[in-house]
Design a protein around this ligand. Structure first.
Ligand code: BES
Ligand code: MN
Ligand code: ZN
Length: 486
């Protein structure tokens, strides 16, 4: 979808040429200063007494008098925040999603000065409203016809709004890629498929991509990654994708994404219900590809490296077994007590690999633990970082992007649970505090790195009727990288 700013002339919003006009009203009631024809249309509808002006409500009017657009939708927002605006625009887009609206104009009344964050919220809501997965569902309805959206603003607001639209467009492209990858089933989205997507991205966006196969990884000594990969016939891939937007001498940011394209649990096999959702276990990898795309489209002056260890976790005659001890790339040995704690095994070797880039910061992103989902639900991702400055940067980026995270602890007491009689560490601790012990495991491989970890088990996809990838945390990561780029 294309997004523009539009500064209406004297005729005001009622005179705007578009197929539909969406007027978001912040707060309760009828906004002051609304164009006369719009106010009249709203007054007349309200005079029926059928309708309350409350957050979440919308009102659709057809061919209102004195209004150029043939469709007029009012959508009420709880307050003037970008977060509330995103919800209101999402609601307001619903009555338009089946119609012939190609060009939508969006006006926001009652927020005071419209800023970049508001513009980003409008883009996020509209892009989400038109997203439809069709890759393996030919019977899905035709894609939405909404092609262009204009955000109405004053001259004074135009600069900030345009800047917000540009950033949001880049984020949306990244979110789209992440969703398209993660939604594909595991028989389509294999490690080789992810490598192919990285190569495509390299071509279209000028990245450098290198893909290591099983042999390459064995030569390097990635014993933990390969232990997970050994149970499957599907060849593993270790993807290295590099975006260079700054001088070569500038230390890069490294993003590491968990790329388990299907997690059956392995020999420690998972129960059958909802196991299909373990195709989303490459959500971290998808978000790293998405962030690379967003950052490249924004032409950010930064160096960014994406590392994606990718394989399947399956039971077979060749699978790694509970009790097996493997040697990681770092040289530390690991007793694999539970083959279902595979994410940390592939990530630890990727973290060791990250050292060679002498990075300014490393963030790994993973659908790592069911425990994190229990702790935080589906709204906030879990953030782990020893460094307060890095943690604050990432939390702030999440708030700005409306893709929020919440900081979790890393006290050393949690580390003791990983002690083993047979190796330098075990790959699991007790059930309690499972998201934290997983992070403590990773931290053992990040001692030489400025490191943070995002557990996105609760936020990378939705279950139930609206099952599907969310594209999170591309927003958080992109905002963070762009802020670092300055
Ligand atoms: N991919 C899962 C985590 C997961 C489970 C995410 C359910 C979202 C929903 C991960 O590989 C896993 O299986 N973790 C185990 C760890 C345990 C064995 C210590 C878990 O969370 O149960
Ligand atoms: Mn698992
Ligand atoms: Zn997993």
């Amino acid at each position: 979808m294309d997004f523009k700013t539009l500064t209406p002339s004297k005729t005001g919003w009622a005179g705007v040429q578009a197929d539909a006009l969406l007027v978001v009203v912040a707060g309760e009631g009828v906004p002051a200063g609304l164009d006369a024809p719009l106010a009249a249309a709203l007054d007349s509808a309200l005079s029926t007494g059928d309708f309350a002006c409350k957050a979440g409500r919308t009102l659709y009017l057809h061919r209102p008098e004195g209004v150029k657009a043939s469709r007029l939708v009012f959508a009420w927002s709880a307050d003037a925040s970008a977060k509330a605006l995103r919800k209101a625009v999402a609601a307001g887009a619903v009555p338009l999603d089946k119609g012939g609206t190609k060009h939508l104009a969006v006006g926001v009344a009652g927020v005071g000065e419209l800023g970049a964050a508001h513009a980003e919220a409008v883009v996020a809501a509209l892009e989400d409203s038109v997203y439809l997965y069709r890759a393996t569902k030919p019977s899905a309805p035709e894609p939405a016809r909404l092609l262009q959206a204009s955000v109405l603003c004053t001259r004074a607001e135009q600069r900030a709004v345009a800047e917000g639209l540009a950033r949001a467009r880049a984020v949306a492209a990244g979110v789209h890629l992440a969703r398209e990858c993660a939604n594909r089933p595991a028989n389509v989205c294999t490690p080789s498929y992810l490598a192919e997507q990285a190569r495509k991205l390299a071509k279209s966006h000028g990245l450098k991509v290198e893909v290591l196969d099983r042999k390459d990884c064995a030569k390097l000594g990635m014993g933990a990654f390969l232990a997970v990969a050994q149970g499957s016939e599907e060849p593993p891939r270790f993807i290295v994708a590099r975006y260079q937007g700054a001088a070569k001498s500038v230390a890069p940011i490294v993003l590491v994404g968990k790329g388990i394209t299907f997690d059956s649990g392995g020999i420690s096999i998972k129960p059958a219900p909802e196991m299909d959702e373990m195709k989303f276990d490459m959500g971290g990898a998808a978000s790293v590809l998405g962030t690379l795309r967003a950052v490249a489209e924004a032409r950010a002056r930064v160096n960014l490296v994406g590392l994606i260890p990718s394989c399947e976790n399956l039971p077979s005659g060749r699978s790694v077994k509970p009790g097996d001890v493997v040697t990681s790339l770092s040289g530390q040995t690991i007793e694999i007590l539970n083959t279902d704690a595979e994410g940390r095994l592939i990530l630890c070797d990727a973290l060791s690999y990250a050292e060679r880039f002498a990075p300014a910061a490393v963030v790994d992103v993973a659908t790592l633990t069911g425990a994190c989902m229990i702790a935080l639900g589906h709204h906030r991702s879990g953030l782990f970082a020893a460094d307060d400055g890095l943690a604050a940067e990432l939390l702030a980026a999440g708030e700005r992007a409306l893709d929020p995270a919440w900081r979790m602890p890393l006290d050393d007491e949690y580390d003791e649970a990983l002690e083993s009689n047979f190796a330098d560490m075990a790959n699991v601790g007790p059930r309690a505090g499972g998201a934290i012990t997983a992070a403590k495991f990773l931290q053992r491989f990040a001692r030489k790195l400025p490191w943070a970890h995002l557990d996105i088990a609760g936020t990378a996809w939705r279950s139930g009727k609206h099952k599907g990838a969310t594209g999170r945390p591309v927003g958080l990561l992109t905002h963070w990288v762009l802020a670092r780029a300055g």
